[in-house]
Write a protein that binds this ligand. Structure first.
Ligand code: SF4
Length: 367
């Protein structure tokens, strides 16, 4: 197994050495903050529906959005969508190189292609020519599911080494066309294969002409629960080794959930600050208030506050006050009542139904 968990890479993260790539008004690579992406699940041709979803995602913290562009109408919709959103838009292209060109002509800030499914070298060149003319970055995306037959045979199956070789082949194809405004992504729904592939790719890129930034994600990871666990494990191992410049958590569900998860993963790894962290106890036989309900409401409440603090929601007065002291603000439940704790000091005792409003009051006036 190739994986070394949390190596000393944090001292000199690989991501500090990657090329800076501009996507609209944002920059990834070269040690810039790791940006959070998501993908719309509306029909891109439906401008109103797509814009509404992107605005919800922006509000949740999405920094780059990707939309599928399977038709000419979808490519044309990009022009209208872009007028109404505030984050860079990436066009996701499969099979039809003309859609890649149309997307760029309609203002896409980046395109994502797999040169392997775009067709002949001439078609790849046609796409690269337009990208070059407009200086639009291309994400070269390779997925384990579409690994070329000769690489499957060479490596005796779908392997991390095969995925890396496939990605570098595509990169070389575009470099040979004299273009290096690239981002690479390699994906596998097998989490540990994906981790190993990123480790191998980071090693391999050190020997290449250009160290491209990496878009990292665990693909087809499943519905919210399994997708979150697989993404947290996979991204945790990859990002924790200093690899990865932008991330997408893929979930079968509302894309807003992807943003919440991505933010939490980055914050947990210490790679991003900001936002209130809620800690809550698991509840036990001592709990005498509706702690699960309260903690869920507190998690929703804090999303609106741009504060960098910790809020504890604890079930009882035995361990609660002690544990809440570790936080900036906290509550500890009693019998139908609770304590409000601020900076380690109990400041008020109140009935259970006043705990949430009291927390809100504190957050509204937090200094
Ligand atoms: S804080 Fe209290 S209620 Fe919560 S798990 Fe610990 S002992 Fe149980």
């Amino acid at each position: 197994m190739h994986t070394q968990i949390l190596t000393g890479a944090q001292d000199a993260p690989f991501r500090n050495s990657t090329k800076q790539v501009r996507i609209g008004d944002r920059v990834i690579g070269g040690g810039n903050p790791i940006l959070i992406q998501s993908m719309t699940n509306t029909k891109t041709e439906d401008v109103a529906g797509t814009v509404a979803q992107i605005l919800r995602l922006e509000k949740a913290g999405c920094e780059i959005i990707r939309c599928t562009v399977p038709t000419k109408e979808a490519a044309e919709a990009i022009r209208e969508i872009k007028k109404q959103i505030h984050i860079p838009l990436v066009a996701d292209i499969h099979f039809d190189y003309r859609m890649a060109i149309a997307a760029m002509e309609n203002g896409a800030d980046k395109i994502r292609i797999n040169p392997g499914n775009i067709g002949s070298a001439d078609r790849v060149k046609a796409v690269v020519d337009v990208a070059k003319e407009r200086n639009i970055p291309i994400r070269v995306g390779v997925n384990s599911g579409s690994l070329e037959k000769h690489l499957v045979e060479k490596y005796g199956g779908v392997t991390a080494a095969g995925i890396v070789e496939s990605a570098l082949d595509k990169v070389h194809m575009i470099e040979d066309l004299d273009y290096d405004n690239l981002v690479i992504s390699i994906k596998s729904s097998d989490v540990m294969m994906c981790v190993e592939a990123h480790e191998r790719l980071a090693e391999a890129l050190k020997e290449e002409k250009t160290i491209y930034p990496l878009h990292v994600g665990i693909t087809e990871s499943g519905t919210v629960t399994s997708g979150n666990i697989k993404s947290a494990v996979g991204l945790g191992l990859i990002l924790g080794q200093g690899i990865g410049d932008t991330i997408r958590v893929s979930l079968t569900g509302d894309p807003v959930e992807e943003i919440k998860s991505a933010k939490l993963i980055l914050r947990t790894l210490g790679l991003r600050k900001g936002g209130i962290e809620v800690v809550s106890c698991p509840t036990c036989g001592r709990t005498q208030i509706d702690l699960i309900g309260l903690a869920t409401q507190v998690e929703q409440l804090v999303e609106a506050y741009p504060l960098d603090i910790k809020v504890a929601v604890m079930g009882c007065v035995v361990n609660g006050p002690g544990e809440a002291k570790e936080a900036d603000l906290g509550v500890a439940g009693g019998i139908g009542e609770g304590l409000l704790i601020k900076h380690g000091e109990v400041i008020r005792k109140m009935p259970e139904n006043e705990l949430l409003p009291a927390l809100k009051e504190e957050l509204d006036h937090w200094v």
